[in-house]
Write a protein that binds this ligand. Structure first.
Ligand code: ADP
Ligand code: MG
Length: 332
């Protein structure tokens, strides 16, 4: 058993009686120094879960343990929020008129000024923002502000970093960089990261552990690659990989052997080829996706999607051979 830093035990939170639950009976544990990503559509309870872990929200049932010790709720302490954890939200909570350096240094006490300078400098180096030290927050891009916010959270010996939709303000290029930063920081400092997002592009695949939540329920947890390849629910396959979902009857019309439930497959599981058992589809549309294209294919009134890596190989209105090399049978 690895070293667990956080345990969430049957945690439930309902905001108003009679309404849908914020979170319902959620349990999982987090290993020290790991990255956990929680994914779920908007309103699925991700922020509620994160706030409960941090001690900002009082749960109705269940508990959160930090190193085996219960995390106190907001009604039990003067300043809500666990001392060893820090939470970074979308609004960053920075002092926008102060300089980068001062925003970070302000988190530390003045008892040892030399140590304060040293720590502030070290964390700025780690996040590649040392060159911005004299800039005001208003002069920074969204991605730079994000780094400052994370630096601020890490400068006080933080053991658990909680990130709520960390990449929502950041463009694709910076996202890649920030993801790599987070991974490196976790490895270098041993800090434990729990991040939530509704967007699978937010580096959820970099996580050691992925949790899928829907309507306040934990649907599935495990290694991201495993969950991608073996989703228990249609919701998960659609969130993670924009999966094609067919009713059994439609799937049978395409020659898939399925009695009941739904046939679910990712576009990359459809092979475009010529072989005795592949079937002819009409290309209804072609979507440009950068280095590949996605084809919208139809046969017997059933539409599926497939990847085309050789751009322009098959065009709209053409007929192609396609076979679904793998599909999952899921109930819901
Ligand atoms: P997510 O972060 O996944 O978008 P939230 O945890 O913010 O989801 O919300 C989960 C559910 O709880 C939603 O239905 C939301 O409307 C409800 N909720 C969240 N915060 C409050 C609140 N302060 N009062 C009442 N309902 C809330
Ligand atoms: Mg949220």
């Amino acid at each position: 058993m690895e070293d667990q830093i956080i345990s969430v035990n049957k945690l439930s939170k309902r905001y108003q009686p009679g309404t849908a639950q914020g979170i319902n009976q959620i349990s999982f544990s987090v290993g020290r120094g790991t990255i956990t990503a929680i994914i779920g559509e908007s309103g699925s309870g991700k922020s509620t879960l994160l706030k409960s872990i941090y001690g900002l929200l009082k749960a109705d049932e269940g508990e959160v343990l930090f190193m085996g010790k219960r995390v106190p709720g907001p009604d039990e302490q003067l300043i809500p929020g666990h001392k060893a954890m820090k939470m970074v939200t979308q609004d960053f909570s920075l002092n926008i008129y102060a300089k980068v350096y001062d925003n970070i240094a302000a988190m530390l006490s003045n008892t040892d000024v030399h140590l304060k300078q040293q720590k502030t400098h070290a964390v700025m180096e780690q996040l590649h923002i040392a060159h911005l030290r004299e800039k005001k927050i208003t002069q920074l891009s969204g991605g730079e502000q994000q780094r400052v916010a994370i630096a601020r959270a890490l400068v006080t010996d933080t053991e658990v970093l909680l990130l709520d939709e960390p990449f929502s303000q950041v463009d694709a290029l910076l996202k890649n960089q920030l993801r790599a930063d987070l991974k490196r920081i976790a490895a270098e400092t041993g800090v434990t990261i729990i991040m939530v997002s509704h967007d699978p592009a937010d580096g959820l695949f970099m996580a050691d552990e992925l949790l899928v939540v829907k309507d306040g329920q934990l649907l599935q947890k495990g290694n991201p690659e495993h969950i991608y390849n073996h989703p228990d629910h249609v919701y998960t396959a659609q969130m993670l990989g924009n999966a094609v979902t067919l009713e059994a009857e439609d799937a049978r019309r395409l020659g898939l052997e399925i009695n009941q439930g739904k046939a679910v497959f990712y576009p990359e599981w459809v092979e475009l080829k010529t072989s005795w058992n592949s079937r002819r589809f009409e290309v209804k549309d072609v979507y440009y996706k950068g280095f590949y294209e996605e084809l919208l294919l139809e046969r017997h009134g059933v539409t599926i999607r497939a990847l085309q890596l050789n751009r322009g190989e098959h065009k709209k209105s053409e007929h192609v051979q396609a076979s679904i090399s793998r599909f999952l049978t899921l109930k819901s």
